[in-house]
Design a protein around this ligand. Structure first.
Ligand code: R2B
Ligand code: URA
Length: 285
């Protein structure tokens, strides 16, 4: 999509540490790029998917292709597992470099999947939400950013067929898995209407009224990357999906204070579903 790239004699993807020449040699077979906020989670996903697809190596050190201290990077056959950090700026940097890597590698129709955590609206903690829609802080299906000093709005549309396909891969009925509208914010505290940040200029009543309004408008969950991912994928022509587990019901509170073992089990849920989906696709289903 960027005509300037053709004029570059070489291209170093600074935050992931690969260059144009590495791309074709190492990444031409990539079919799935799976990303999530934390590097630890993406290491455990690398091991999980390696076992699921019977990859000859299942030890993290044998799958690890990390080149920088910004983003971890694992390759497991046709799957890349990479962390994106927290928030729109971090995932945006990663997406530019991953898209160029896939482009230079001439990877064929790779799919981008984000696995994450979120706050739910009217859903019990532990629910999986597969985004069939993403909205910004104005509850519009758009991503807004500033380019050359001007506000630019881009569509942030998810692939409904892909979301449906991932939903169909779910076999664990011990918790709710649902399609939903995901709201993306630029902050965890005031940006998500919390009253437990370091500062807050609204009342508890105003907070509750706002969260109820979002719920009424059809928002299922709130996180911090969705519209950036959707809009850049729309722009660059990649299909993407987002699978997030709710850590709490925001209509009931702000604090994420679940016990570590419960937190660990919730984190497994998106990973297991994405693993099952990818295994099925690679098996030709
Ligand atoms: C979900 O969780 C993180 C904030 O705690 C953020 O990356 C997100 O989208
Ligand atoms: N991540 C978020 O962005 N918000 C929450 O409430 C929980 C996790």
């Amino acid at each position: 999509m960027n005509p300037h790239l053709e004029t570059l004699p070489s291209d170093f993807l600074y935050h992931i540490g690969y260059n144009k020449e590495d791309a074709k040699k190492l990444f031409g077979d990539v079919k799935f790029v799976v990303m999530g906020g934390s590097s630890k989670r993406m290491e455990s996903f690398a091991v999980k998917i390696a076992k699921a697809i019977n990859h000859p190596q299942t030890e993290p050190k044998d799958l690890d292709m990390t080149k920088t201290d910004r983003f971890c990077f694992y390759k497991i056959g046709p799957v890349i597992s990479v962390n994106h950090g927290m928030g729109v700026p971090s995932i945006t940097i990663l997406l530019h470099e991953i898209f160029k890597l896939l482009h230079y590698a001439e990877a064929v129709d790779p799919v981008i999947i984000r696995m994450g955590t979120c706050g739910g609206l009217g859903l019990p903690a532990g629910t999986l939400v597969i985004s069939d829609k993403t909205v910004n802080g104005y509850v519009e299906e758009k991503h807004e950013t500033i380019i050359l000093g001007k506000i630019v709005q881009r569509p942030a549309v998810m692939s409904k067929p892909l979301a449906d396909e991932i939903l169909k891969a779910q076999t664990d009925a011990t918790f709710i898995t649902t399609l939903g509208t995901t709201m993306c914010t630029d902050d965890f505290y005031e940006g998500q209407g919390r009253i437990d940040g370091a500062c807050c200029d609204y009342t508890k009543e105003e907070q509750i009224a706002y969260l109820k309004e979002l719920h009424q408008k059809g928002v299922s969950n709130i996180e911090m990357e969705a519209t950036a991912l959707a809009s850049l994928c729309n722009k660059a022509g990649f299909k993407c999906a987002i699978v997030c587990v709710t850590l709490l019901n925001r209509l009931e509170g702000d604090q994420v204070d679940i016990p570590p073992d419960v937190y660990a089990s919730y984190q497994e849920r998106p990973q297991n579903l994405v693993c099952d989906y990818i295994r099925g696709k690679l098996a030709g289903n």
